[in-house]
Design a protein around this ligand. Structure first.
Ligand SMILES: Cc1ncc(COP(=O)(O)O)c(C=O)c1O
Length: 420
């Protein structure tokens, strides 16, 4: 491991970040990363100082088509030129309808309505609002270690006090339980005050939770029995990343009709990282509970929620993902990474996740810190990131266009990083 990491960017970084958030500078300094002026091409990023990095982060899972995808840029450029200065609902109902139909079709018509928003947090909060209005209940349950966003309410739904400990106000209606603790879950749901349970079928920033066909079916059954809405937060894992269109299908709930969540929230991969867009898929009943009374058509929404540019981008991205067979590719490359990690590292590294929603954890017996592995990996030309909720594991969320060559570069990088 290298002990003295000289990025050579320190002072410049700090000045550059000053009016925004100078504290980011030290984080980037630690990693020796100066992304200013970096250019992307496919699965690679070239930094201004000419270093090539294999991007195994892909904008925290947003850049599912990689960087500078030629067809995406060409088609998005055309859409941009056609765009008038306006926001929903006045001029893009057809495009919204087309994207909603596409999402509903991908969900095998398990849902009938789509609510568009801008960010993941906004969509998670919207889903909770739909659930609360529909059930007329006040409380929410989520899982320890989970991540659901950092807007006011979503940061409390996020199951890690790190994000909220500085706030002098706390809502009294959010309960966090351990994912494996069904007794605790049953206890809190039996109060029948809980409107929704929010869960990540395949977790992003935490590698601690592993839902399976059995545990997710049990969770869904418990929700159904207590009249609680089940919300799958697939902001990170949805839309192909897990090797299936939805994370719930990757963990095996597909064949179990009763295990389907009441709502699915998607965002990051929906526009390939170009523009913010999020969506909540749900049934008519929960949708109508919010909008279905006279004068209520605009009771929930936001200025840029489902704007024309974002919607067109979503249509183009889903088309390219589908026709490029990238969901299948994510499944195949995820399996290959699993195989290669097993062969090369044995028990030294354990891989968690599905498809290309992955994280690797070190054998706790090894006297190595994941932070050092992360930093050495960057020196070896591979960009990944320790998970915020479990820093002893490293998140791998590469573009869905990841190929066999990239898998080998990643494995060689890990090998070198573990040896240094
Ligand atoms: C599972 C999950 N939910 C919600 C969010 C919040 O999304 P956003 O940052 O777009 O608000 C994230 C973001 O990382 C996420 O991974």
């Amino acid at each position: 491991m290298k002990s003295d990491r000289e990025s050579g960017h320190g002072a410049g970084q700090r000045t550059r970040f000053d009016p925004v958030n100078p504290y980011w500078a030290s984080f980037l300094d630690q990693a020796g990363l100066d992304m200013t002026g970096a250019r992307g091409d496919g699965c690679y990023i070239e930094t201004a100082d000419g270093r090539a990095l294999l991007d195994c982060l892909a904008g925290f899972g947003t850049a599912n088509l990689g960087h500078a995808h030629p067809a995406l840029l060409a088609r998005f450029g055309e859409a941009l030129q056609r765009t008038s200065l306006n926001v929903f609902p006045f001029e893009c109902a057809d495009a919204q309808r087309a994207l909603a139909e596409k999402l509903l079709a991908l969900s095998s018509r398990r849902y009938q309505k789509v609510f568009f928003a801008t960010t993941g947090a906004e969509a998670v909060e919207s889903a909770v609002k739909f659930a609360m209005t529909s059930t007329q209940r006040s409380d929410v349950v989520s899982f320890r270690g989970s991540f659901h966003g950092l807007s006011m309410f979503s940061s409390f739904v996020t199951g890690n006090p790190f994000w909220t400990e500085a706030l002098p106000w706390k809502p009294g209606n959010v309960h966090h339980v351990d994912a494996a603790n069904f007794a605790a879950l049953e206890d809190v749901l039996s109060s029948r005050k809980v409107a929704a349970v929010v869960f990540e079928p395949v977790a992003g920033s935490s590698s601690a939770q592993h839902w399976t066909a059995d545990t997710s079916a049990r969770l869904a059954a418990l929700c159904r029995a207590t009249g609680t809405k089940l919300i799958a937060d697939e902001v990170y894992c949805g839309l192909g990343r897990t090797g299936t269109w939805f994370g719930i299908d990757a963990i095996g709930t597909n064949g179990v009709a009763t295990a389907a969540p009441d709502m699915i929230v998607v965002s990051k991969g929906l526009t390939g990282g170009l523009v913010p867009l999020s969506a909540v898929l749900m049934n008519d009943g929960d949708f109508d509970a919010v909008f279905g009374a006279p004068g209520k058509a605009k009771v929930q929404g936001s200025t840029f929620g489902g704007n024309r540019l974002a919607i067109h981008c979503g249509l183009i991205v889903l088309d390219l993902v589908e026709h490029g067979r990238l969901v299948e590719n994510a499944a195949a490359m995820g399996a290959l990474i699993g195989e290669r990690i097993g062969e090369r590292f044995g028990s030294r590294l354990t891989l968690h996740g599905q498809g290309l929603a992955l994280s690797v954890a070190l054998d706790p017996q090894l006297d190595i810190s994941m932070t050092d592995v992360w930093l050495d990996l960057i020196d070896c030309g591979v960009l990944a990131m320790p998970n915020s909720a479990s820093p002893d594991s490293l998140r791998l969320s590469p573009p869905l266009i990841f190929g066999m060559n990239e898998v080998e570069v990643l494995i060689d990088g890990l090998d070198e990083a573990l040896q240094e």
